[in-house]
Design a protein around this ligand. Structure first.
Ligand code: HAM
Length: 403
């Protein structure tokens, strides 16, 4: 038997209903905030992710599904959605159009990670990207939007917040941090020694306990922000408080992708095990430029759909649609006709085998239909149908036309 690849799952009942419910909810909230749907390819040039997510990141360094295609192009399956959206934004000259552009997307992402609960090799994200707003009010709005989505789904969360500074304050902080790391070099793990040379702030994210004890005393970026980053971070915190959104400052939150500046955040759940991040995002004011576009401020996020599924409180399923069946073979064509008309506005499932009324009622109940419509010999000859409302528990024989 051929099986799906490790870390790549089918989404079948009952998860499919949760998945669809999530997408409907998230998309309708995003639309209320002025975001419109965008679709970008699953396969992109590898260089796109090297230049955006960053060569020193684990995602690009270790986890890409990368190969040479038949035309000798170095390509890879997208490990995340932001880079492709920015590429599309620049390629279609939207950076030159000016104004504000807000997009949402959803679809599969691919990372060759070690699979475990909540960590897949093919997983799905719902993401939003906003271009053209420099104001930190947009960051607040985006965080409120995620809170709205999670709230609508009945999902509790903790919000972790940090500022990653900008090109004014980050380089100075990086130097300070490297100085600190030099002083503790003898006690750092191998990964951190490597990170010190490639992307020092990543050390703060190290899972090694000994390193973490050392980093408790490391200089903190939020104490080294320039005036503009500091004031934006203060405004962000203040506005979140005013809007009743509780947050924690996590000075070690650096995100696994290189394109962020200023605001960085993660929503985590304490109810899903070790892979607790359910959404992540932040500001990336330099990325459009890095991908050859005109400098455009931007901010966005992505939610990991699989991690949410078990947390979603589904609305109580109400009886819906029509079940139709015949009691004899001769009545079946009439049932097909009725179904055709009714399907213009309603869901209709037709049972093709003639059965007794009792058997049909059982079938209607099994698919949770609201109405059970049956035609037997009497109804057929009189142009009528027998119909039962399974919710109101009322039944009647009515003109077929009246259905
Ligand atoms: P990210 O934090 O790498 O950010 O991913 C966002 C979310 O995707 C995570 O919080 C998690 O829920 C889910 N996720 C990531 N990896 C896996 C995996 N292997 N298995 C299951 N779920 C996973 C980004 O991807 C950025 N593009 C977000 C963003 C958009 N920033 C700005 N705009």
């Amino acid at each position: 038997m051929i099986r799906s690849l490790r870390g790549m799952n089918d989404i079948l009942p009952p998860d499919n209903a949760r998945f669809e419910y999530f997408l409907d909810t998230a998309a309708s909230v995003a639309k209320r905030y002025g975001f419109t749907y965008i679709e970008t390819p699953l396969l992109e040039e590898t260089a796109l992710f090297k230049r955006s997510v960053g060569e020193s990141s684990d995602i690009v360094g270790k986890e890409m599904y990368q190969f040479t295609d038949k035309g000798d192009n170095d390509v890879c399956l997208r490990p995340e959605g932001t880079a492709g959206v920015v590429r599309a934004f620049v390629q279609n000259k939207l950076d030159r159009a000016g104004g504000i552009h807000r997009y949402f997307y959803h679809g599969p992402m691919f990372r060759y990670e070690r699979p475990q609960k909540g960590r897949l090799r093919e997983f799905h994200q719902f993401g939003c990207e906003s271009f053209g707003v420099q104001s930190v009010y947009e960051d607040v709005t985006i965080i409120m939007m995620i809170a709205d989505i999670l709230g609508a789904l009945g999902i509790g969360y903790r919000l972790k917040l940090n500022s990653l500074g900008d090109h004014n304050c980050m380089p100075q902080y990086r130097e300070k941090l490297v100085g600190f790391l030099d002083a503790h070099e003898a006690h750092l793990c191998e990964d951190c020694l490597r990170r010190k040379a490639t992307n020092p702030i990543r050390v703060l994210d190290c899972k090694n306990e000994r390193c973490q004890i050392i980093y408790k005393k490391a200089p903190k970026l939020i104490n080294n922000l320039c005036e503009s980053c500091n004031s934006d971070f203060d405004t962000l915190k203040h506005l979140l408080e005013e809007n009743g959104i509780v947050y924690e400052i996590d000075t070690h939150l650096v995100r696994g992708l290189d394109y962020y500046s200023k605001t960085a955040f993660e929503f985590v759940s304490d109810d899903i095990g070790a892979q607790s991040a359910i959404a992540g995002g932040g500001r990336y004011d330099r990325l459009v430029e890095f991908l050859d576009g005109r400098a455009t401020p931007a901010v966005g996020f992505a939610i990991g759909i699989e991690r949410l599924l078990e947390l979603i409180a589904m609305p109580e399923a109400s009886r819906e649609g029509y079940y139709m069946g015949a009691m004899d073979t001769e009545s079946l064509p009439q049932i097909m006709q009725l179904a055709k008309q009714k399907r213009m506005t309603q869901n209709v499932i037709v049972e093709y085998s003639p059965k007794s009324l009792k058997a049909h009622l059982k079938g209607a109940d099994r698919i949770h239909a609201r109405y059970c419509v049956v035609i037997g010999e009497n109804e057929r000859t009189e142009g009528k149908v027998w119909v039962k409302d399974l919710e109101a528990k009322t039944e009647a024989v009515i003109e077929a036309e009246a259905l």
